[in-house]
Ligand binder design. Structure first.
Ligand code: PLP
Length: 401
């Protein structure tokens, strides 16, 4: 064990991770403490949408830190008002929309659970539907919406009234009844391995929620803020949700999240029912305004779409690859064998950071700013990692006689 690993195991809560000691970043590159460079195609788990140390990010943090960082939720700030108006415009809520700013995705989802309660409790409906494979966060409320046993079982009892729906339209239809207050859905399930919903699933969920006077809440923490090539993934489906939650890319590395409501759901919270000391502070708001403004001015969503297509095309020709899933620059690469862990490791050995959310899927979520050089380097390094692991595959899958 190296010295930093000894420090980590002695001083940090024992929760895994810590694959390298990273000390610096620039663009899509990060460097470890030994000066080794990595091409970062995980982007802090779909967070660093402008890469590392982008001048727009650096300038926004520096300028706002020197002006006004924090004032508490007793006060408003110009940046907070600008961000709320911007998010309403990008999400297309019209005047009726409302925004609450948080510090993380799990907090945005906690607020969405409270939104479901405020809505359902008026008529005694307490069921919240969630999808098989969902991930909504790690706090007690959001953990209750996350069916994965390994995450949840040690912390039972969870919130009551949560019901899991299979990812089929038939299961969706069978799950709705008049106890349902809300259904919470990720448009693409990132943590489950970049899993897409069946065709028409979101539209059917919208219809059923409306019929049963339940809320359709979309967890866009990973898919939102431009990651799929639209500002929000629901905009690819032609539906209007009652609420969406955001975090990850919205601050490009600054901790920030949001819940945005549409229509009548905007009237559910009232003074005293929710708040956050840090949420929407001037510093976080200034960064999000600068980041989202830059994405808009530079037309980076077009780059997300184009680079996503270019990467998919290149990836399809590489060893072990059976296909790709996802949209824009949220890409799941499916493998013919359960060797994603070995591929991730082989990639890191070659100076490439990717992630293995399941045994047979590699996830990439690079910066929206990647160009020809990054795309070519990725395909080169990823191809080499896959080729190296492909050589070991016959022996790892051999069945002993
Ligand atoms: C990452 C993630 C969360 C949790 O966000 P945190 O900022 O880690 O609290 C919730 N939902 C989805 C879909 C996510 O990808």
């Amino acid at each position: 064990m190296s010295a930093w690993q000894e420090d980590a195991s002695r001083d940090l809560m024992s929760l895994g991770g810590r694959l390298a000691l990273l000390v610096r970043g620039e663009g899509s590159s990060v460097w470890d403490a030994d000066g080794r460079r990595y091409l970062d195609f995980l982007g802090g788990i779909a967070v660093n949408c402008l890469g590392h140390a982008h001048p727009v990010f650096v300038e926004a943090v520096s300028r706002q830190a020197a002006t006004l960082s924090h004032v508490s939720n007793y006060f408003a700030s110009p940046g907070q008002l600008e961000l709320a108006a911007r998010l309403k415009r990008l999400a297309g809520t019209g005047d009726e929309g409302r925004v609450f700013l948080t510090n993380s995705g799990t907090e945005a989802n906690e607020m969405a659970i409270k939104l479901a309660r405020l809505h359902g409790n008026r008529s005694g409906r307490t069921t919240i539907l969630v999808l098989d494979g969902a991930f909504h966060g790690r706090t007690m409320g959001t953990l209750s919406l996350t069916p994965k046993a390994a995450y949840r079982d040690p912390f039972e009892p969870a919130l009551p009234g949560i019901r899991t729906v299979e990812r089929t339209i038939a299961s969706l239809e069978a799950s709705f009844d008049d106890t349902v207050a809300a259904i919470v859905i990720e448009p693409i399930q990132g943590e489950a391995g970049v899993v897409e919903l069946p065709e028409g699933f979101l539209a059917r969920a919208r219809d059923l929620a409306t019929e049963h006077d339940a809320l359709l809440i979309l967890d866009e923490v990973q898919t939102g803020s431009g990651r799929t090539g639209e500002w929000f993934a629901f905009q690819r489906e032609g539906i209007v949700p009652d609420a969406i939650t955001l975090a990850k890319s919205i601050g490009a590395g600054f901790p920030l999240g949001a819940m945005i409501t549409f229509g009548a759901a905007s009237g559910l919270f009232y003074p005293g029912t929710h708040n956050s000391t840090f949420g929407g502070n001037p510093l976080a708001s200034a960064v999000a305004n600068a980041v989202l403004g830059h994405i808009e001015e530079e037309g980076l969503l077009a780059n997300v779409v184009a680079r996503g297509a270019q990467l998919r095309e290149g990836i399809a020709t590489l060893p072990l690859v059976t296909g790709t899933r996802g949209a824009g620059l949220l890409i799941g690469v499916t493998l013919s064998h359960p060797v994603a862990g070995a591929v991730r490791e082989a990639a890191q050995e070659r100076g490439l950071i990717v992630n293995a959310p399941t045994d047979d899927v590699i996830r990439i979520a690079p910066a929206f700013t990647i160009g020809d050089a990054e795309t070519a380097e990725f395909l080169d390094l990823f191809g080499a990692a896959l080729a190296a692991v492909a050589e070991t595959v016959p022996s790892t899958t051999e069945i002993p006689a």
